[in-house]
Design a protein around this ligand. Sequence first.
Ligand SMILES: Cc1cc2nc3c(=O)[nH]c(=O)nc-3n(C[C@H](O)[C@H](O)[C@H](O)COP(=O)(O)OP(=O)(O)OC[C@H]3O[C@@H](n4cnc5c(N)ncnc54)[C@H](O)[C@@H]3O)c2cc1C
Length: 1024
Amino acid sequence: MPSFRPDYYPDDAALARAWLSSTPLPPDREARVDIEARRMIGAIRGRSGGIGGVEQLLREYSLTTPEGLALMVLAEGLLRVPDDATADRLIEDKLGQGGFATHAHQSDALLVNASAWALGISARLIGPQDTPEGILRGVVRRLGLPTVRGALRQAMRVMGSHFVLGQSIEDALARAGSRAGRLYRYSFDMLGEGARTADDAERYFASYADSIEAIGKAAGNKPLPDRPGISVKLSALHPRYEAVSRDRVMTELVPRVRSLARAAAIRGLNFTIDAEEADRLELSMDVLGEVAADKQLADWDGFGLAIQAYGKRALPAIDYVAELAASLGRRFMVRLVKGAYWDTEVKRAQERGLPDYPVFTRKPMTDLSYMVCVERMLALRPRLYPQFATHNALTVASVLELAAGTDGYEFQRLHGMGDALYEALLERQPAAAVRTYAPVGIHKDLLAYLVRRLLENGANSSFVSIAADPDVPVEFLLERPQQKLGRPDRARHRAVPLPADLYGKARQNSAGVEFGHAASLDCLLAEIRRHASRVEAAPLINGVTSAGVARDVISPSDAMTVVGRVTEARSDTADTAMASAAAGFRHWNDTPAGTRAAALERAASMLEAGRGRFVSLLSAEGGKTLDDGLAELREAVDFLRYYAAEAKKLYGTTETMPGPTGELNQVRRRGRGVFLCISPWNFPLAIFIGQVAAALAAGNSVVAKPAEQTPLVAFEAVRLLHEAGVPHQALHLVPGAGEIGARLVGHPAVAGVAFTGSTETAWAINRTLAAKRGPIVPLIAETGGINAMIVDATALPEQVVDDAVMSAFRSAGQRCSALRLMAVQDDVADRIIAMLAGAAAELKLGDPADPATHIGPAIDAEAQQRLTAHIARMKGSAIAHYAGIAPGTGYFVAPHIFELNAPHELAEEVFGPVLHVVRYKASKFDALLEALGATGYGLTLGIHTRIDATAEYVAQRLAVGNVYVNRNMIGAVVGVQPFGGSGLSGTGPKAGGPDYLRRFGLEQTISTNTAAAGGNATLLATEE
Ligand SMILES: Cc1cc2nc3c(=O)[nH]c(=O)nc-3n(C[C@H](O)[C@H](O)[C@H](O)COP(=O)(O)OP(=O)(O)OC[C@H]3O[C@@H](n4cnc5c(N)ncnc54)[C@H](O)[C@@H]3O)c2cc1C
């Protein structure tokens, strides 16, 4: 059977048109849906005040209020905080935000009471005019934080146990076997985050295997589908469950899933593969197909998967599974859900600049898709056994009507939710089958799940959140998705623009690629293959190449392959370039800003169209992985478009200043003259083009000197800019080593320098400029940093590890923004360091052109030697927590993790994949900040904490250019996260920010006496 590869982004309106035009149910059947749904809504509303009213709790702490958000963060953060001091700070922080007093004693529901009581203990002391700081002082004075802390923890546990069937599979089975439990079938789920390390994956595997055995023992004698089962997340069984690691996944994960499936088959259980993120769908279908083909599973009808109706590929997925079942001569159980990752999908598509969203953006489209899928699945019986998972009464009633009864399928609900709804259903339809998805696990592991439940159910688009609200009319809840949608052209959310339109009219977002969509990835790879060819670079002066000494450019990946040749400039060539640029300045500066901007915009589009060539060159010359190369190309495109847009505003208009009558005062900007742009090898395209584009946009002519290691990308970029309409006289390229740079800096024609590189070189440039007797020349320098990440005990370890691994090791640590020093609170350090080491071990080093590679080489032999020497020194003086092994060829350096005693032991920037870790005590937090500030650098800083006040305090204390809270600390986006540091890290203004272009120009004020001709006509004509 061919792989599952349907259209990734079908058009919303086309789908809506097809679905809206299908024949509606006759009125009598619609009326029956109304009656059933009304009944169930009545039951849900009648339940208010009863035990287990979680819907009410969620409504009460609506997520649209600060209390709701604070509650979520508390729920997530509090239980995993091991030390009291941090727990106290977290409580202070969150209670300071909320208005919990208003919630105390409003409800009779046990759950609401428990939480409101705990939260209210402190909140009763809150007066309307108190400040958060004042309140907290009061709380501590009167009750003491331990009391507040204890009460809150208890409350969170109550909430947790509401959603979890048992802390162990035995507990859960016992509860499932109770009288109340026997109403339902069960699918048990092992709680926890996805695996980050091989150990995690093994642990989850063992836990699934043990549970299958235990479930099997307690399963009784009924045949499928009336048997319990297990739900499995593939991301828990493999640390790199991602499309680019497909080969590894197929060889390592498939046997694990097969082994679990065989165990489930022997016991005749239902075994469901949960649905995860959209970019994993093709991969999970590959895994499903491979496992399902196993002969030992042939006679088992319990195997299946979940399909998300919010995904635009839901119907093709159902058809595919049905065909797979037919081709193997077997049956599958298919759980239809709406989908749990909607917000994540939308954000991811925007960040990656995807052509469209893989999910619907309007809720009625998801609901409609769900019903279309229901129809299809019912029609595909018995090949498929449908399992309709929902807590939406209208959806349930509609399914009942479409299925004309309760035979041949089951409903599913999550434990702790939908109780009232399904009890009402079972009362009227005792033959209906309902399965409960029952999470099993200890409290520490339930938090992420709990937060997802709270988020999903508190959202005001969610049925459970509004169904329990008596102020919402039942009619509103009964409105069909078709009615809500109305017309096909309303299929998309108006407030959710396509990723390309994220920045509105000002500029287009750069286009990215979804690596989880095989067709997109294949297309990119084909373009790369097609355009890979040698480049012959040379100085380009007035568009003509100059002679000089030529040398081969060798790929850092194998230290062998010749990527191309570069002719390096001689000193007289450098002088000629400066003179030519000086000659070319006036014409370019006189060109209207709009025309200059148009050339840059054209260059952006040409860059996107020629991405294969550039990504291939970035990989061959700069050792960039596919992901890094594409990200860099996008950044270059964004720079071009952003500076073009800014230049039109700043250099294309004249600003009129306020002043006395009879006078016109105007300010306008123009270029300075010849701008020298000196760029580094680590972003040979993005930083190179960013500097050049900014200088050009402002009207300067430019002499660009790329890094010695990466002249080929620069040469191609300059040619592209020329082709896009930048005159040859305005932009000149001078490849060469440091001496050529020095020669250029010393030239009298230099009117400004933009430099990115080491602090040492920046000092040298600064000295040369300062020594000149002439106009004082501005220097815009971006230099290095000893970038730190602070991790306190409230942070989510898995998130910390994802972000730290990405920040420290991506691009082989060769980003100025990269994480160098992690400071982790000692109470949680052991766990986080162990997980970091495990996650680092899963990274693949190798040929950067291979999509599966995570880490490419260091840039050259010198860099490799410097890093290797540092690693050797560290092995002697620090604790090595992880020492990777680098491939034997090329200039690879493997990731390393070292623990230091104190921050000052890392005295200089180590530009490679070496992460240093220090532990700190919560009580010595200020000393830590003092030590971090003492480095003198201030480029990037990561903070992982759930305490907003801590994040704010740290950002306030440390003068760091880019602060990242609860996320990775690399990959600043142009126009979104203006980039650049202070202190030893740079001069500012920030690249990709609103002030950058101003620094590239001169200002001119023109004051005209408009009354000079003899009178102030304007004033005289002014009406009263
Ligand atoms: C037993 C069970 C198992 C589940 N397993 C999985 C699983 O493996 N994988 C998974 O992803 N989900 C799974 N879910 C689904 C998920 O967790 C939610 O419970 C479900 O989406 C809520 O749907 P509803 O019909 O109950 O509620 P409704 O309130 O009718 O629907 C809410 C859903 O609508 C969608 N939605 C909300 N806003 C928008 C919008 N603007 N545009 C488009 N769509 C929107 C979202 O999917 C949201 O979750 C499971 C649910 C159950 C009950």
